[in-house]
Design a protein around this ligand. Structure first.
Ligand SMILES: Cc1cc2nc3c(=O)[nH]c(=O)nc-3n(C[C@H](O)[C@H](O)[C@H](O)COP(=O)(O)O)c2cc1C
Ligand code: SF4
Length: 564
């Protein structure tokens, strides 16, 4: 496929986009504690702009930081003091040829008192399962106050130079709480029929147009459907809302979806999962429609060609590979690092950071830029799993002479089995990608060889990277292929029909076993004492350092490859 449609310029409001690929808002944890823009945030977004995306929507800027934020280290836009930071961000992204919009946000009942110190507010006092709290019902005065907060925030965004403003009326946040019958039980002019439930959003739009100028490029992100609720928000509601928003001057509609059964929380989410919703809305309005949700290049090009959307937003795909648009445009699609929909990025690591399984450079863009080594070394990597492959790839790209020894006949290590776990099939994409990139980086591959310490010494390496994985010992029998991937999972409990585990996706799964079993992972690092004094330098990476998941293995390889 040529992807010509994806690379067509497009006019959104007054904004000329160089292509139709959008980076949607992703609320990563790279802002400062007080909500201001950091250099880390700028580096993270600049990398995506450099990668060729046409428009970047900067995510989750809260209009009421003290009451409405939904996570640590997220952005704020509730004070003029933030404007200089945003201005620097916008100028940097413009310097890379991307247009930039700011997404305005309030979490409503999903905000967390543990974070903000105040009880969350919502249209109605209905328990929020996600936040785990009972919010206070907003008074009419408070609603009017919030309308003004959004208008002031938009004015600041315009002052900072943003090309567009997106209001987050999707997800389960404040605006959707007003829109959804399951969260809005008000009996005043903000509750009841849809035109009342949309009143708050429409008032915000009108106040923004007044404050920031009628010509300001303002659009809305909405849910095209709500999955798995008793009184769900339907696509019919979304169509009706989109028509109201068009009338109120929205320059586009971005269509997502939400709900306990939302496909996006499933690792097996189909490609282009929300395209049908965008298409339904597009039929009913004349302004551009942006689709989002597992848009692969093929799904994106197809949606555009079939007239189901005008722009396509790629979120996680740009976390796993910021260079996706440029690689696609230059015919290097096979080099794109695939998002495997594991959703690691949707949870903070124990260090409180956003991280990507596939892209260890996420949030470390400046620090992790691959630089040539001062001196080319002979590097021996032992083990062709994720840690060994990533260490070898990075070391080779830096100019080292790298040989990777794999005792089996194929690269991948236990990743080759891990994708058999239900819901994990996309691990195979990562396995194939890493194997391809190792070869392209010029790593010499030796298969079917188990090296002794004497063999290693005789090869006279400057550095040895041990990525020999771990061994699993099991007590008791169980079905078929299960053994090999156990260290990608952590066993939570023995249950009646098997064992419940948290997979690398951090989701609970039950593996059927004939008898509950005990498993223990033991790092394979017997070579260390035998190699000491015989080679100048030894590094350990992945499970042979400490049994963990793919995220940790790839991160180890990435770190070590850069240290050599
Ligand atoms: C880690 C993470 C953070 C997100 N943060 C936001 C956000 O701040 N605002 C927003 O509108 N959507 C947010 N989303 C949803 C994305 O914008 C996007 O709609 C979703 O990831 C589906 O698109 P994708 O499959 O291309 O990633 C987030 C998604 C992820 C995975
Ligand atoms: S962490 Fe997983 S889901 Fe998130 S971008 Fe990376 S590969 Fe995709």
């Amino acid at each position: 496929m040529k992807y010509e449609k994806l690379f067509e310029p497009f006019k959104l409001g007054q904004m000329e986009l160089k292509n139709r690929i959008v980076m949607p808002a992703i609320g990563v944890s790279f802002a400062a504690g007080d909500g201001s823009v950091t250099q880390r945030m700028i580096d993270y977004l600049e990398e995506r702009a450099r990668g060729g995306v046409g428009l970047i929507i900067v995510g989750l800027a809260c209009v009421d930081f003290a009451r409405g934020r939904t996570g640590p280290n997220k952005l704020s836009i509730d004070d003029d003091k933030y404007i200089p930071g945003y201005r620097k961000l916008v100028e940097t992204l413009h310097g890379q040829g991307a247009k930039v919009a700011l997404q305005l946000h309030h979490g409503g009942g999903q905000s967390l008192s543990a974070l903000t110190g105040s009880i969350p507010v919502a249209p109605s006092s209905i328990f929020c399962r996600t936040g785990g709290e009972l919010p206070n019902e907003l008074t009419i005065e408070q609603i009017h106050g919030l309308v003004q907060r959004f208008a002031l925030a938009a004015e600041r965004a315009v002052k900072a130079g943003f090309d567009g403003i997106e209001i987050h009326a999707g997800g389960n946040y404040l605006f959707h709480q007003f829109l959804s019958l399951s969260k809005n039980k008000r009996r005043d002019e903000y509750g009841g029929e849809l035109k009342n439930r949309a009143r708050f959003l429409l008032e915000v739009m009108s106040a923004i147009h007044e404050k920031a100028g009628a010509g300001c490029n303002l659009w809305i992100k909405i849910n095209g459907v709500e999955y798995g609720k008793v009184q769900p928000w339907s696509t019919g509601d979304a169509v009706e809302l989109a028509q109201m928003l068009q009338k109120a001057g929205s320059t586009a509609i971005r269509v997502s979806s939400v709900g306990p059964n939302y496909p996006y929380v499933k690792t097996e989410e189909p490609d282009g999962s929300n395209v049908h919703l965008a298409a339904a809305i597009k039929k009913a309005i004349d302004i551009p429609v942006i689709t989002v949700g597992r848009i692969t290049p093929f799904a994106g090009e197809s949606a555009l060609l079939e007239g189901k959307a005008d722009l396509v937003a790629i979120g996680r795909g740009l976390l796993s590979d910021p260079e996706l648009p440029n690689k696609l445009a230059s015919g290097r699609s096979e080099d794109i690092a695939p998002c495997i929909t594991c959703l690691t990025c949707a949870h903070l690591t124990p260090n409180g950071e956003s991280a990507c399984t596939v892209n260890p450079a996420l949030g470390r863009e400046a620090e992790y830029r691959i630089k040539p080594a001062d001196r080319s070394k002979r590097v021996l990597v032992i083990g062709g799993g994720p840690a060994g492959m990533e260490a070898a790839r990075v070391a080779a790209l830096r100019g080292h002479q790298v040989t990777l020894y794999e005792k089996g006949q194929r690269l991948g290590g236990r990743m080759r089995w891990a994708w058999m776990v239900p819901g994990s099939s996309r691990i195979e994409d990562l396995t194939l990608h890493l194997a391809r990139q190792v070869k392209k980086a010029g790593v010499t591959l030796e298969y079917g060889k188990t090296l002794t310490p004497a063999d290693i010494e005789a090869l006279k390496p400057d550095t040895v990277v041990l990525a020999t994985g771990c061994s699993i010992s099991l007590v008791k029998r169980f079905l078929a292929f299960g053994i090999i991937f156990l260290s990608f999972l952590s066993i939570r409990q023995a249950v009646e029909r098997g064992i419940a585990m948290k997979s690398y996706t951090r989701r609970r799964q039950v593996l059927g076993v004939q008898t509950p079993l005990l498993a223990a992972a033991k790092p394979n690092h017997e070579l260390i004492p035998l190699l000491r004094g015989r080679v100048p330098e030894i590094f350990l990476a992945g499970d042979c350092l400490e049994p963990a998941g793919i995220l940790e293995a790839v991160a180890d390889g990435a770190r070590i490859g850069r240290r050599l």
